[in-house]
Ligand binder design. Structure first.
Ligand code: MN
Length: 222
């Protein structure tokens, strides 16, 4: 089966419980749509688990984007404290991730940095004949600007038009925006409408971790 999760935000226990709940095995594939780290304590622990799994395919979120230059400086023992990226990252709850990264061995630091650096931005996949676009978030809808020409930052920081279908024949799966922000009636549940599926159920804000199965469209919560 093919599964999608997003915005784990350091919630290792919910991640482990979800893998258990879906009986995630070697024949399955899990796409993680970014923001694995920050807010919660265990982002690095989740990354270390993900690096050992060939069937977990990560995409980048704005939190990985914010972290990368500081992680790079730490692994090279370069100064970073007064850089804009460090200040921005710390303002966005990056401290638990930074502290955990500092405690890693040099080999682990290199491995985690290389792994996060390798995260892609977006993917189009077909499952059971149904087409899906996967990304952390999306730009505002612009019929004149193809997604292939849209600047990268829009897939990390953009604010999607959830009331607009972006393409007639594709479902757009995103995290980043907690579902209760889209519709308060969907607090801590996966939201679906207008060709979108929003799966960030606010795990790190006392909410739940959502997981979507693309074959069955079954929605799981922890
Ligand atoms: Mn995000």
């Amino acid at each position: 089966m093919t599964y999608v999760m997003s915005d784990l935000h350091g919630c290792y226990d919910k991640y482990a419980q979800m893998l258990e709940k879906i009986s995630f095995g070697e024949g399955d594939t899990l796409y993680i749509l970014g923001d694995v780290i920050d807010r919660g304590e265990d982002g690095i622990k989740i990354l270390l688990d993900m690096t050992g799994r060939k069937n977990v395919i990560p995409l980048k979120g704005n939190h990985e984007e914010m972290a990368l230059s500081v992680l790079n400086a730490i692994r090279r023992s370069s100064p970073y404290e007064n850089t804009r990226s460090h200040i921005l990252w710390m303002l966005n709850d990056g401290a638990p991730t930074k502290e955990a990264f500092l405690r890693l061995s040099q080999t682990e630091k290199e491995a985690v940095f290389d792994y996060v650096f390798s995260f892609g931005l977006r993917l189009e996949i077909t499952v059971n004949g149904r087409k899906f676009h996967l990304s952390h978030t999306l730009p505002e809808y612009d019929p004149c600007l193809p997604l292939s020409e849209t600047p990268a930052r829009e897939f990390l920081w953009g604010e999607p038009d959830y009331e607009t279908a972006y393409a007639p024949d594709m479902l757009f799966v995103t995290g980043h925006t907690p579902t209760h922000v889209i519709d308060p009636a969907y607090k801590w549940r996966i939201w679906q409408g207008c060709g979108h599926i929003a799966i960030d159920c606010a795990a790190a804000f006392g909410g739940r971790l959502g997981c979507l199965c693309l074959e069955t469209m079954e929605k799981y919560n922890i």
